[in-house]
Write a protein that binds this ligand. Structure first.
Ligand code: SAH
Length: 227
């Protein structure tokens, strides 16, 4: 079974967006994954299809209603749907390559995109939404975050990446940041390519890349080495 994503959003016109282009776009065309959007407003309340209301206890902004979101989730993901239900949220566990791999190995994901101040806590609990963050900053909505997550997942799906091996040394896959890359011309603005890379000695190239990956990770992301 291929990977099926259902994205619940107030702005379905944002999709497929970047997921319709290049590697992901070709994969979408081939049917390597399916992408469905669900307009949350279709489940809105009353003549005006209201999806949000003022925060209980006061304060700025609006909150997405639990009943509306639950109806949208139930429609996209009826009981028994094996896919994880995710809510893009700055309060979630930060997304990692390990989590991306785990998702790519599964059958898909149901992804809720928040807007405004966020969503009523009760729907998170009642529908078992797992909050996922893409980093410590605030976006205006969950859509771009959902695209980030899906882009990372889709490139790992079978058949999507031209050279399957190129994923293996990628930053984070080995617990390290990746080594530097070079290509022709051999000299550019007076800068040359490290001799070892043109030596033809594959063992030496491998050792150099490993040492560079260690050096760069140590300098830039010592947190990755600490556990
Ligand atoms: N008031 C909230 C932020 C709301 S931002 C708070 O302080 O936590 C509006 C929506 O954008 C969120 O509901 C979420 O779906 C999305 N969003 C914002 N930042 C995000 C991030 N870093 N990762 C994932 N989703 C994010």
């Amino acid at each position: 079974m291929s990977f099926r994503a259902s994205v619940l959003t107030l702005h379905p016109e944002m999709f497929p967006g970047p997921l319709g282009v290049s590697l992901a776009g070709k994969a979408l065309e081939r049917g390597d994954f399916a992408l469905e959007t669900v307009q949350i407003r279709d489940f809105g309340v009353g003549r005006h299809r209201m999806v949000d209301d003022t925060p209980s206890g006061g304060g700025a902004g609006m909150v997405m209603r639990a009943d509306v979101l639950a109806a949208a989730v139930d429609s996209a993901s009826p009981a028994g749907d094996p896919r994880p239900r995710l809510l893009m949220s700055p309060r979630g566990k930060p997304l990692t390559q390990a989590r991306v791999r785990e998702l790519a190995a599964g059958v898909g994901a149901v992804i809720v995109c928040g807007r405004f101040e966020g969503v009523d806590e009760r729907v998170i609990e009642a529908r078992g939404l797992v909050e996922v963050s893409i980093g410590d900053y605030i976006l205006s909505g969950g859509e771009v975050a959902a695209m980030v997550l899906l882009d990372a997942v889709v490139r790992l799906l079978p058949g999507v990446m031209g050279n399957a091996r190129s994923g293996e040394t990628e930053s984070f896959e080995t617990g390290l940041l990746e080594h530097p890359h070079y290509t022709r011309p051999a000299e550019w603005e007076g800068r040359t390519i490290p001799d070892v890379l043109t030596s033809g000695d594959h063992g030496a190239v491998e050792r150099w890349r490993q040492a560079e990956a260690q050096r760069i990770t140590h300098a830039r992301r010592p947190d990755l080495l600490s556990d």
